[in-house]
Write a protein that binds this ligand. Structure first.
Ligand code: GLU
Length: 375
């Protein structure tokens, strides 16, 4: 039998909290004591030096209560309005409760385009990275006020999985109103048993997911399996655990009931594989000997080491990196459009602002966005 990993093995953890856990349906308020206990768990992880990101639902559920909207499905405009009202309350509760434990919260609202379009993906990824460099805790939700039916995730399970791969997290914790994946829906089948570890998402596992979701949260087991596919494909393990308990994360660490979905990979190799394998290069960046050496030692590619660029690439596109002899030494996601990159050839990073007339990133290709040949 495959053994479940220990929580202490992870360095960057995304914790996803569902609406039904966070919002008291009868009172239309945040479940304050519950959130405090979860924040204690987050503080423990943070104190141990791990990066923690929170994906929190609840804006629509809270906003609809505050606006006294009727129960049942909402029209798009009403859910957008509810999200506008609820998100403020949600974010301020997180900010306050994290700050009482010495952590700084940073709100990020994303739409589907921010995670699926490479140019915007690089921006969102860079902001997450900066926040975590500064030890802040990103608190993320979908921007439900502007998301429309065609361009929305709709469920935060998949959103959290995309955030996990975007942030190169190695673990995604989905806190839910169920303690894991069962062989059959437990409400319908008394013989259903919990599966502690899923080493690979097979067709059989998918068939166990069923369909139903609870009233408040959109994601049923179906979206959780979709999330598991995204997360494990991006090099993160995923765990589904019962969030209704106090200190739900601590309970996972103590070996409580839950389901682990294992990744065969890790975030760095998964990302390198994605960059080197699945993207069509749109151009070439030629580098000098010094830059080629710096890259081999694990450095980023700075404009100063670039001798020539070719192609009509846009920021975020994949480009080939060639050495002075013309050999391909790697591939990466370029931080500048071709027109800007041409102007930056051979320039010192300090001059970027004067050359382009606006500040820009110091690297032409950041180390994290690069896969060298043979890596
Ligand atoms: N983004 C939605 C909200 O905050 C929730 C989506 C979900 O329940 O998964 O209200």
């Amino acid at each position: 039998m495959t053994i479940a990993p220990s929580l202490s093995a992870f360095r960057r953890i995304v914790v996803k909290v569902g609406s039904s856990l966070l919002v008291d349906q009868n009172l239309g308020q945040i479940k304050r004591f519950w959130l405090e206990a979860l924040a204690d768990d987050i503080a423990d992880l943070h104190r141990e030096g791990r990066d923690v990101l929170v994906v929190s639902s609840g804006s629509i559920a809270l906003g609809r209560a505050m606006l006294k909207l009727p129960r049942g499905p909402l029209k798009l405009e009403d859910s957008q309005a509810a999200a506008a009202v609820g998100q403020i309350a949600l974010a301020s509760a997180w900010a306050e409760i994290l700050s009482m434990r010495g952590m700084i919260a940073g709100q990020i609202l994303v739409t589907l385009n921010d995670t699926e379009e490479r140019r915007r993906y690089l921006n969102a990824r860079a902001t997450l990275g900066r926040l975590m460099d500064m030890r802040a805790v990103p608190v993320i939700n979908e921007n439900d006020t502007v998301a429309t039916t065609e361009i929305r995730y709709g469920d935060n399970d998949r959103l959290a999985a995309r955030v996990a791969s975007m942030a190169s997290a190695d673990l995604l914790v989905l806190l839910s109103d169920i303690d894991g994946l069962y062989t059959a829906p437990p409400g319908e089948d008394p013989d259903a048993v919990l599966i502690p570890v899923v080493p690979r998402i097979s067709a059989e596992i998918e068939a166990m997911a069923g369909g139903a979701a609870s009233e408040l949260s959109r994601g049923g087991m179906r979206t959780k399996i979709e999330a598991a596919k995204i997360a494990t494909g991006g090099g993160a393990h995923m765990v589904i655990a019962d969030g209704r308990l106090d200190h739900p994360v601590r309970k996972i660490a103590d070996g409580g009931r839950c389901t682990w979905f294992l990744t065969p990979s890790n975030p760095v190799t998964a990302r390198k594989k994605w960059i080197s394998g699945s993207l069509e290069p749109r151009g070439t960046v030629h580098v000098d000997l010094g830059a080629a050496r710096a890259l081999a030692k694990g450095g980023s590619l700075l404009p100063a080491g670039v001798t020539r660029v070719e192609g009509a690439f846009a920021r975020g596109d994949c480009v080939l990196i060639r050495d002075a002899a013309g050999a391909e030494i790697g591939r990466g996601l370029v931080a500048y459009d071709a027109g800007e990159a041409v102007q930056l050839v051979g320039r010192n990073s300090r001059d970027i602002e004067s050359v382009l007339g606006a500040p820009g990133r110091a690297e032409m290709i950041h180390r994290d966005d690069m896969a060298l040949v043979g890596e």
